[in-house]
Design a binder for this molecule. Structure first.
Ligand SMILES: *Cc1c(COP(=O)(O)O)cnc(C)c1O
Length: 433
């Protein structure tokens, strides 16, 4: 009914705004077609599976990290039955949901305590509010980052009730700058991972261990907002400079925050590691209740974290790491096979080529480094590259690629099992002559 009404409304509006074209469109077969399409659209899920051909692995707009098989199995198990989410099986009485990921986090990072909240923005807010409300937090001017989606360090600071004390300059901050800012109002020294930008040229920053030593000397806690939260040294895949969670713990930071669904490759979550007494204070905050995670997050996170007990297992099983690790020779074979299949499907309807390109890690990590990749490039004789992009995006399921030099490009690094079939079918429909 709603589909009929929507279509008739549209036609009525069209007639009112431009009488001639509106009336001539009233042909019965076309009208039925339009109503069927409208009904299909109304019945469709708004949150849908899409094909990511962008080559951006942790794509914030396309759902960030994909869950590993182990996490999906735990979701099925915990979601379909009752669980000991807040039940202490030994005591036979009420327990805490926060124990579930804590043990494994402590085991793999070496931290004294751990707490998981809704996301990293929430984690930062909670820590600042608990440790520094009404007092000052010292941060370098080079680290006052905006992550996107309106997360800005100065704004989160304001919301937490803490006061920002900026030190140094955009490009250079020295230990002396931090030292000079410390006074009776100081509650915390904060280091923030720059995440999505890099300052190069004439630069200086104070490393975490040095900042920790300064904090110790003044009896002040030091916080490290790592952003991405990586457990595996990525330099073996050609990506340099992403700090490891384990190193941050070893440097002695009193509290560390990072995301569960960036480089860690798990569900959306904000992970807080820290000294036992600090984690205890955070747990008691009323904000923790507002930021609390559900059983799905805990189930998927625990399953993902357990894989990190063995680095090779993690790289093989966690999709985010697996996509970073794929060798370019394998991508070349996959791109060639996809290109061949598209060529078969479209005949002379399009030019299909395999080209060199670069994938990005995304998700606020390693902004200026890329991974060499292979892309399938499509050029149509009839349609512009922009039109091709829009048509593939309108496919069911949607296929997201990018346009460069009048070609529609699909990076095979981020394609999943079954995506090739979807792409070939869409190409046949959109491009075959
Ligand atoms: C991404 C990021 C955040 C926000 O994390 P979410 O999980 O998106 O809430 C906070 N701080 C830094 C440095 C980040 O990179």
């Amino acid at each position: 009914m709603r589909a009929v009404r929507n279509v008739l409304d549209r036609i009525r509006r069209a007639i009112l705004s431009d009488q001639s074209s509106g009336v001539s469109r009233l042909d019965e077969a076309a009208l039925i077609q339009e109503i069927l399409a409208e009904a299909e659209g109304l019945a469709a899920y708004t949150l849908q599976r899409v094909v990511n051909g962008t080559g951006i692995i942790v794509h914030t707009n396309l759902g960030r990290s994909l869950l590993c098989q182990e996490a999906l199995e735990r979701l099925q198990l915990i979601g379909s039955g009752y669980s000991n989410l807040e039940y202490d099986l030994e005591a036979g009485s009420r327990g805490s949901r926060y124990v579930h990921a804590e043990a494994i986090l402590r085991e793999i990072t070496g931290a004294e305590g751990a707490l998981v909240v809704n996301n990293n923005a929430g984690a930062v807010l909670l820590v600042l509010n608990t440790l520094a409300q009404g007092r000052e937090v010292v941060v370098s001017r080079g680290e006052l980052v905006e992550i996107g989606g309106s997360f800005r360090i100065p704004d989160v600071m304001t919301r937490s009730g803490a006061r920002l004390r900026e030190v140094g300059c955009t490009n250079r901050t020295h230990l002396e700058d931090y030292r000079a800012a410390i006074g009776p109002e100081t509650a915390l020294l904060l280091k923030v991972h720059a995440s999505n930008y890099q300052i190069s040229g004439f630069t200086a920053e104070v490393d975490l261990a040095t900042l920790v030593a300064l904090g110790r000397a003044h009896n002040l806690p030091v916080m490290d907002d790592l952003g991405s939260g990586c457990f595996v040294d990525l330099s073996r895949f050609g990506l340099r400079g992403e700090p490891l969670v384990q190193d941050s713990v070893r440097s002695g930071a009193d509290v560390i925050t990072f995301s569960g669904d960036k480089l860690l490759g798990g569900p959306q979550a904000g992970i807080i590691l820290g000294r036992k007494e600090i984690v205890e204070r955070l747990r008691k905050s009323p904000l923790t209740r507002a930021l609390r995670v559900d059983k799905f997050t805990l189930a998927a996170l625990e399953a993902t974290l357990r894989l990190y007990r063995d680095e090779e297992t993690a790289v093989r099983a966690i999709p985010t790491l697996r996509m970073i690790a794929i060798e370019v020779e394998i991508l070349a074979t996959r791109a060639q096979s996809l290109a061949d299949r598209i060529r078969m499907a479209v005949g002379s309807g399009a030019e299909v080529a395999v080209v060199d390109g670069a994938s990005q890690v995304g998700g606020g990590a390693l902004p200026v480094q890329t991974l060499p990749s292979k892309l399938v490039a499509l050029t149509s004789r009839r349609l512009s590259a922009a039109r091709l992009e829009a048509n593939f995006r309108g496919n069911q399921p949607p296929i997201i690629g990018r346009v460069e030099q009048e070609r529609f490009l699909l990076d095979v690094r981020t394609l999943q099992l079954g995506d090739d079939e979807v792409i070939v079918a869409a190409a046949a429909r959109l491009l075959a002559v």
